[in-house]
Design a protein around this ligand. Structure first.
Ligand SMILES: O=C(O)CCC(=O)C(=O)O
Ligand SMILES: [Fe+2]
Length: 424
């Protein structure tokens, strides 16, 4: 799709853009073996359906809770893509001060639509780009490039009206290089961590990732669109999909901590869990009863998605706390989020996540398969567009036109826990 093709055209079977996508689809699939689809797990089949450029996916099975909120009407109208509120069974919790929903088919999953207001969304977008995608946080780019000291975003802004300085690949001055690009996150099968094995897992070798030999010198403005993730808190080693505790504990920003803690406190956990039998809680008192005091975020990823990026089905099982809340904040363009069960054989529920929505994965669904098969282009809400805030917002708005940001915050260790092998 070119940037001049609107989403509306793409969804209209009489438009030239639709006909072109159809021609391309027939050409690309003409030699595809018959019956491949029969081998797909229900999760894989759903991913394929939503990823497809043609036919454009039908979102009528995707739960779109924004439709229950009259104040989001404009956002829905502007964005064209729409889900529905009839597909999955959801329940609104009664006691909360803000709208909070659960989906009984996925025990432990909680959705807080529009949890962040317009200004808070802009604040977190700025925070992600200016303060998180830079040292000391590891990013997908600094494996391969000598990123500027002040971070990629700040270099981009500083050099916008001047000549951009070239950012050099690390492979130029390293002997150890690897054939890997800045593409999507790699799938690695990792051992689920637990209180019993975290110590031995923490001793497995975690060699630093090798810079790719194939990347070329680039400008800040082009690298920006190749940014995929930045890690916060405990250092995450992507090669083994385990935390590398030897790096020590990175601080979690106080404002982010406050947002996540207050989201967890907003939820009436008794309404979520009372009577639910999906989790076998250890000990006599279920853990959720004390999340108000014990929930403490200590790690996370800021994900940056461009319109054609996807995140394949995976389970986040590197955290020792395997039931405590994972708080996931959506910003920018909307996306289809899938979440199923223990294996890819469970039919996933599909949910349309829009800017400002918060999802909490807790209890049994904390280790459920989930993924993001589709970024919904053209869904940037008005309050994130240029002109919605002061002049300095314009470059953020421009970047966001094709971007979705997800701030994915986890708790690795119980509150106050200090790994015994850490000396500092
Ligand atoms: O982007 C999202 O909504 C989910 C991201 C995610 O699952 C992850 O970072 O592990
Ligand atoms: Fe995840």
């Amino acid at each position: 799709m070119t940037s001049t093709t609107s989403t509306a055209e793409l969804l209209d079977p009489t438009s030239p853009a639709y006909k072109k996508a159809r021609r391309q689809f027939y050409k690309a699939t003409k030699n595809r073996p018959q019956n491949v689809e029969q081998d797909w797990t229900p999760f894989r089949a759903a991913e394929k359906r939503f990823k497809a450029r043609f036919p454009p996916p039908d979102l009528s099975t995707v739960l779109d809770l924004a439709q229950l909120d009259p104040s989001r009407q404009q956002e829905l109208d502007d964005g064209v893509w729409r889900g529905s509120t009839h597909s999955s069974t959801y329940k609104r919790l009664e006691g909360a001060s803000k709208p909070v929903y659960v989906i009984p088919a996925v025990p432990g999953l909680v959705i807080l639509p529009s949890y962040l207001n317009d200004e808070e969304q802009r604040e977190l977008v700025r925070w992600s780009l200016e303060k998180q995608a830079r040292e000391p946080n590891p990013t997908n780019l600094d494996i391969h490039y000598h990123l500027p000291d002040g971070g990629l975003w700040n270099a981009y802004i500083d050099q916008k009206s001047t000549r951009e300085e070239t950012i050099l690949p690390k492979a130029l001055d390293s002997d150890v290089v690897e054939e890997r690009t800045t593409g999507p996150r790699q799938l690695v099968d990792n051992t689920p961590i637990s209180v019993e094995n975290y110590r031995s897992l923490s001793e497995t070798p975690k060699p630093p990732p090798a810079p790719s030999a194939t990347v070329t010198p680039s400008s800040p403005s082009s690298l920006l669109y190749k940014l995929r993730w930045a890690n916060i808190g405990w250092y995450y080693h992507w090669g083994t999909k385990q935390y590398d505790f030897s790096h020590g504990k990175g601080e979690i920003d106080q404002r982010l901590r406050q947002i996540c803690k207050s989201a967890v406190e907003t939820v009436q956990w008794n309404e979520v869990y009372e009577g639910a039998e999906a989790v076998e809680w250890e000990g006599s008192d279920p853990e959720w009863k004390s999340w108000g005091e014990t929930y403490e975020p200590d790690a996370g990823i800021v994900n940056f998605y461009q319109s054609k990026d996807t995140l394949m089905a995976h389970v986040d099982r590197s955290e020792v706390c395997k039931t405590s809340p994972l708080v996931s904040i959506s910003l920018g363009n909307a996306a289809v989020f899938l979440i199923g069960g223990d294996t890819r054989d469970t039919q996933p529920v599909s949910i349309l996540l829009r800017s400002g929505d918060v999802v909490i994965m807790s209890g049994a669904c904390r280790r459920a398969y989930h993924g993001v098969p589709r970024i919904l282009e053209g869904t940037l809400p008005g309050h994130l567009k240029a002109g919605a805030a002061g002049e300095d917002w314009a470059p953020f708005a421009e970047y966001l036109e094709t971007t979705r940001i997800n701030v994915n915050v986890r708790q690795v260790f119980p509150k106050g826990f200090k790994p015994p092998f850490l000396t500092s």
